[in-house]
Design a protein around this ligand. Structure first.
Ligand code: GRF
Length: 201
């Protein structure tokens, strides 16, 4: 049987992309075919090169147009798309073509601290500012609105009184590294091997 073909979308550093590539590197049933970025100078390209995984840059106009984006995915025969620090909106036409086949990770407990402009350090700064007692990660399906698709999985970590945004970021990244590849794996197993319906873990 041919492996499930994954594409990872990343706009920045790509530590989650790297972690996911490593997780699936020895698997014959899942293959990371390509990392797609909208930024030619994103650090994720260097990580990809080190890992021996193909990475490409597509222009913003290519990635915000469903037809051209779809063509890129079809060229690589992509079955499933994983967002890992990807900052552009996914065009509605693409979501239609990949129902329950596009997932994202958000570095907070959605629906809190999500939406347009809520990414990276801004999320952790807002969490500290609001004196939250806990934060965490949310893996969710992607729909037309930023961070609003059905939630698949959440994990929590404490925020201590003297935590800085950097400390919170560190804890949240640790949760991401621990869980995201496994959640992707579980979603793939359910989506592709059983009912073909969506899964809430
Ligand atoms: C992660 O915190 C992820 O939750 C968010 O963007 C960040 C990407 O970090 N969507 P990295 O590029 O994987 O290091």
């Amino acid at each position: 049987m041919s492996p499930i073909h994954l594409a990872i979308l990343a706009s920045g550093s790509g530590s989650n992309a790297e972690n996911i590539c490593n997780y699936f590197s020895l698997r014959s049933d899942v293959k990371v075919c390509v990392i797609i970025s909208n930024k030619p100078d994103a650090y994720v390209h260097q990580r990809a090169e080190r890992l021996g995984v193909l990475s490409i840059t597509c222009s913003k106009s290519e990635l915000t147009d469903a037809e051209s984006f779809l063509k890129v995915l079809k060229d690589f025969q992509i079955d499933f798309v994983v967002l890992a620090g990807y900052l552009l909106r996914i065009p509605a036409g693409l979501i239609k073509e990949y129902p329950h086949r596009i997932i994202n990770i958000h570095p907070a407990l959605l629906p809190k601290y999500g939406g347009k402009g809520m990414y990276g350090d801004r999320v952790h700064e807002a969490v500290v500012e609001a004196r939250e007692k806990e934060t965490g990660i949310t893996v969710h399906y992607v729909n037309e609105d930023y961070d609003e698709g059905a939630i698949i999985f959440q994990a929590v970590c404490p925020v201590l009184e003297d935590d800085m945004p950097e400390t919170v970021a560190y804890k949240v990244h640790a949760l991401e590294y621990l869980h995201y590849p496994k959640v992707v794996d579980r979603v793939l197993q359910k989506e592709f091997c059983t009912t073909g319906k969506s899964v809430i873990l």
